[in-house]
Design a protein around this ligand. Structure first.
Ligand code: SD4
Length: 308
């Protein structure tokens, strides 16, 4: 049995390839890396990898995280510039006993020493988006925090029961240079323990960190919750905290995959698309917030027009 889940519509193409790899007996690590690289390499996805959303100073500064569910080792890069595939660096760093989370120039130097390709991650499109937004700031138009800053998160389970979780993002649009979100932070942006399952989050990192959301979801699976129950309960806990403090619910979504191959998703948004892959194929799903509660189900791409 094998299964894979990824955040947002943008993960579908890579997830489809990754599912085929799992179906051919490839391991979860290779499949998750492939799924994420596919998003990183595509400049049409403006919040991950090549051509992603710049920081205030115009630089594209990327975060990525990786966790091996067998060893519970973690790797990650933060505010990394010029890394063609941040997820490859995060995966390689995960094999280390020490120095497995690297920021800024250290991440770039590691990539060079590991023989990973570098690339100027700015594109004409990313620079145009940056100039336009800086102009809007100068004109004092309010910028909302949630402007397409989506993270690709993928969790995979292979036929041998190995599990891996990975994340990759440029984080908040117009972030302060050096700002790090939840995505490379174990427990917040992702967590994976092959005995129970994996979880990963997308949304405003500053909120996600307050509940160590991914660890919380895996911890609920350890105590017997299904992947779906774990997502809903972990996110409910964070929303309750917001409510108690008189804040609004924030913009947070969570996915999970159990060690038995069960899928889960929850969101505070009206609509959160995600993709799943299994022996049944790879397809899009959506979590919808309805007056009756959370509704989860398959979604046709045309239902998700205009959503990432
Ligand atoms: C961050 N969590 O840097 C990321 C951004 C994201 O949907 O996932 N947005 O805060």
């Amino acid at each position: 049995m094998y299964a894979i889940i990824g955040t947002w519509k943008m993960s579908l193409q890579g997830l489809t390839e990754a599912r085929d790899m799992l179906a051919c007996g490839r391991n979860a690590a290779d499949a998750v890396e492939r799924a994420i690289m596919c998003v990183e390499d595509n400049p049409a996805y403006v919040s991950v990898g090549y051509g992603a959303l710049p920081a205030r100073d115009g630089r594209v500064l990327l975060d990525a995280g990786w966790m091996d569910g067998q060893t519970l080792r973690v790797g990650g890069v933060m505010a990394a510039e010029n890394l063609r595939n941040p997820i490859r660096a995060a995966r390689l760093l995960c094999g280390r006993e020490t120095n497995c989370l690297l920021a800024g120039r250290g991440a770039e130097q590691f990539a060079v020493s590991a023989g990973l390709p570098l690339r100027d991650m700015r594109t004409q499109g990313s620079q145009a988006r940056w100039r336009e937004a800086m102009q809007a700031l100068a004109d004092e138009e309010p910028l909302t925090a949630y402007r397409g800053h989506d993270t690709v998160c993928v969790i995979g389970l292979d036929a041998q029961g190995r599990m891996v979780a990975g994340t990759s993002t440029s984080g908040l649009f117009l972030k302060e240079p050096g700002r790090v979100g939840d995505s490379p932070l174990v427990g917040s942006g992702f967590y994976c323990d092959a005995r129970y399952g994996g979880a990963a989050a997308t949304g405003l990192g500053e909120d996600i960190m307050r509940g160590c959301l991914s660890y919380e979801a895996v911890s609920l699976m350890r105590r017997g919750a299904s992947a779906q129950e774990a997502c809903e309960e972990a996110l409910r806990g964070l929303s309750d905290t917001h409510r108690r403090l008189g804040e609004d619910a924030g913009s947070v979504s969570l996915i999970a995959l159990s060690a038995q191959g069960g899928f889960g998703a929850a969101t505070t948004l009206p609509l959160f698309p995600f993709a799943v892959g299994s022996a049944q194929g790879a397809y899009l799903c959506a979590a919808r917030t309805t007056p009756q509660g959370l509704a989860i189900g398959p979604a046709a791409p045309e239902e998700l027009d205009g959503v990432d």
